[in-house]
Design a protein around this ligand. Structure first.
Ligand SMILES: Nc1ncnc2c1ncn2[C@@H]1O[C@H](COP(=O)(O)OP(=O)(O)OP(=O)(O)O)[C@@H](O)[C@H]1O
Length: 249
């Protein structure tokens, strides 16, 4: 959908210091409700550290931010209740079946039995997993696991979902299929905050920010960023910005 003007995330000069080292350096940006926001940066740029603060998992050193209208210092529990989270590293239980995973995450997010039943049926059908419903998730192809992991991350229809490199290790066609789910969630008004190293995914976002050494060095739509950097390739934009990075070498 066209992102509305309501703000899902407001972030002003947000900073995280580890001793003398400033991992996240005064980052400032807004994300609109329903927006698909790409959060890019080279290794060590500070994406995970920033995302942890926005998810209510770590206190900032300074600066302000609200997520779904809740303050990252004082309302971490409310933030956690209003977001979904999916990471390549932590997602599903491989030794539970597809249905058991749906029930597990639905249960954690507080769905009633009736809601759970309806959601399970809906998910299994929309993902085309009917014949896999009773199979262990460990036996599913990676692309299907990723789609299922995303679906359970938003099973409670949160205002915002944070996706940390959600499509690692799959080919561009499988990634594109995954993005159909992101678009569908965005159409329902869910804000998608996505970290990725894949430039094809960056192109799918409404806007992207590019972090370099803790700072947001660029933030705009993919088309505007390419225009500003006189190139038709997102790879080039990323390279132009990130080549001076001190970290991640
Ligand atoms: N708890 C910590 N104590 C000290 N330094 C830390 C801590 N957590 C992260 N860092 C440092 O902060 C910097 C930013 O790390 P972060 O994991 O946020 O980067 P990233 O952009 O997510 O990188 P990647 O893409 O490799 O995951 C790195 O130099 C990292 O070593």
């Amino acid at each position: 959908m066209e992102p509305s003007s309501a703000k899902a995330i407001v972030c002003h000069e947000l900073t995280k210091q580890f001793g003398d080292f400033r991992a996240v350096d005064r980052i400032t940006f807004d994300v609109a409700q329903g927006e698909i926001f790409g959060f890019l940066g080279a290794n060590g740029a500070g994406k995970t550290t920033a995302m942890r603060m926005l998810c209510g998992l770590s206190y900032p050193t300074s600066g302000q931010a609200t997520v779904a209208g809740f303050d990252v210092y004082r309302q971490q529990e409310q933030i956690k209740r209003n977001i979904g989270y999916m990471s390549q590293k932590f997602s599903l239980y491989e030794n539970l079946t597809t249905l058991e995973n749906i029930e597990f995450f639905g249960g954690i997010y507080g769905l009633t039995n009736q809601q759970l039943k309806a959601k399970s049926d809906e998910l299994v059908t929309t993902l085309g997993l009917q014949s896999e419903a009773k199979k262990l998730v460990g036996s599913l192809p990676l692309g299907w696991k990723q789609k299922l992991a995303f679906s359970v991350a938003i099973i409670h229809e949160p205002k915002i979902v944070f996706l940390d490199e959600p499509t690692g290790g799959v080919d561009p066609v499988t990634r594109r299929q995954f993005w159909d789910l992101i678009y569908a969630a965005s159409d329902r008004g869910i804000t998608n905050f996505v970290t990725t190293h894949y430039m094809d995914e960056a192109e799918y976002c409404n806007r992207i920010s590019i972090m370099v050494d803790g700072r947001v060095e660029a933030l705009d739509s993919p088309a505007n960023l390419k225009r500003a950097h006189h190139t038709d390739s997102m790879d080039d934009v990323f390279y132009q910005l990130a080549r001076g990075a001190k970290r991640g070498e």
